[in-house]
Design a protein around this ligand. Structure first.
Ligand code: TYM
Length: 356
């Protein structure tokens, strides 16, 4: 008598959060990346299991030069470690080093309604601007969903602009679970209070696409020049102003110690000060804020093997987790013919090579 297929083993909900997030290696990280996401990665690595990855597969939709992509991935890892991501506590890896995620993307794609993706803002924005979009950009939220579900993540620290994608992920996981049993854990986004949308030098959301960024590891003198050009309104100096409506004050608040922030808020309310003074104070506070990380970065830059070794270890750990989740999903939807859910013939997936 044929044996009944086993029902999928439901994912265990961990008592401690299982944290996961990804970041694209499309250039140097800006303050929006740091205050919206990276700072949360660092805070959360102490609270439970944490997985952080460099999203090179997502970056392929915009970076078309292979050597540049490789360099950007390496630099992103250097930046994250310099900023305090601790590879002993968190698993740091490169997205494409875990090919299980791309197989999981396909499984999810089969339950993804087109309309859901048509409403996603990255694709919609490009379409509205009349720019050509490829299927990679269109299906980007499905890959992102696989990224999250492959690690049974419960908490996803992100900035405001990624919340829609996490809702898509929850939708797809819910549909898959409805069809095939409790396969996936539903994640929740985690936003920082007040830092979910860091403004750029022009007051819009800070983003490379708007050319309004202030970068974490920018040379302080060059950055000061950019800060001095931050747009401000033209109200006279003596007029009292509301600090809460002002993007320059919002940026200063991220950098300055609390006592200085309160003093500055008071200055705004009293009036009689120039925006130039605030900009100078912001430039100084920023140079100070990232000084230690800048020094750590210089040391890490001189030791590329160490970074590659961190990524190799991270890939191994991440892959073991993703393999187990993919096996569970394969078994649930009827792809696996054995009891294990593993493919009948498996090649050993290629690991990350440590550059000599
Ligand atoms: P990415 O690389 O565009 O941005 C990385 C993180 O930075 C946050 N962020 C901001 N936060 C506040 N204010 C801003 N101005 C600002 N700009 C960027 C983003 O919200 C993000 O958290 N699709 C993702 C990468 C990704 C991912 C994932 C994230 C791929 N798979 C799975 C989480 C889980 C992206 O392009 O982020």
């Amino acid at each position: 008598m044929p044996t009944e297929p086993r029902p999928p083993t439901p994912p265990q909900t961990p008592a401690a959060p299982r944290v996961l997030s990804g970041i694209q290696p499309t250039g140097r990280f800006h303050w929006g990346n740091y205050f919206g996401a990276i700072r949360q990665y660092i805070d959360l690595q102490a609270t439970g299991e944490a997985y952080y990855f460099i999203a090179d597969l997502h970056a392929l939709t915009t970076v078309r030069e292979p050597d540049r992509l490789r360099a950007l991935v390496h630099d992103a890892a250097v930046d994250l470690v310099a900023l305090g991501l601790d590879p002993e506590r968190a698993t740091l890896f490169v997205q494409s080093d875990v090919p299980e995620v791309t197989e999981l993307t396909w499984l999810l794609m089969t339950v993804t309604p087109m309309g859901l993706l048509e409403r996603c803002h990255a694709y919609k924005d490009k379409k509205t601007r009349g720019l050509p979009a490829d299927a990679g950009l269109f299906t980007y939220p499905v890959l992102m969903s696989a990224d999250i579900l492959a690690y049974d993540a419960t908490v996803v620290p992100v900035g405001e602009d990624q919340v829609q994608h996490i809702e898509v992920c929850r939708d797809l996981a819910g549909t898959f679970n409805h069809l095939y049993g409790e396969v996936f854990t539903l994640p929740k986004p985690r936003l920082v209070e007040g830092g979910g949308r860091v403004p750029g030098t022009d007051g819009q959301k800070m983003s490379k696409s708007y050319d309004n960024t202030l970068d974490v590891f920018e040379d302080p003198a060059a950055q000061k020049k950019k800060i001095m050009r931050i747009t401000t309104d033209s109200r006279p100096m003596e007029e009292p102003k509301n600090p809460d409506d002002d993007h320059l004050f919002a940026l200063y608040s991220l950098m300055a110690p609390e006592a200085d922030r309160l003093k500055m808020a008071d200055l705004y309310r009293r009036g009689g000060f120039g925006y130039g003074e605030v900009k100078k104070a912001l430039a100084e506070a920023a140079a100070q804020f990232f000084a230690e990380a800048r020094a750590r970065r210089a040391a890490l830059e001189a030791d590329p093997e160490r970074i590659e070794a961190i990524l190799a270890t991270g890939a191994e750990r991440a892959q073991a987790k993703a393999r187990a989740v993919l096996d569970r999903a394969r078994r649930a939807c009827g792809l696996a013919r054995g009891q294990t859910g593993k493919p009948i013939v498996t090649g050993k997936p290629a690991g990350r090579e440590t550059r000599a």
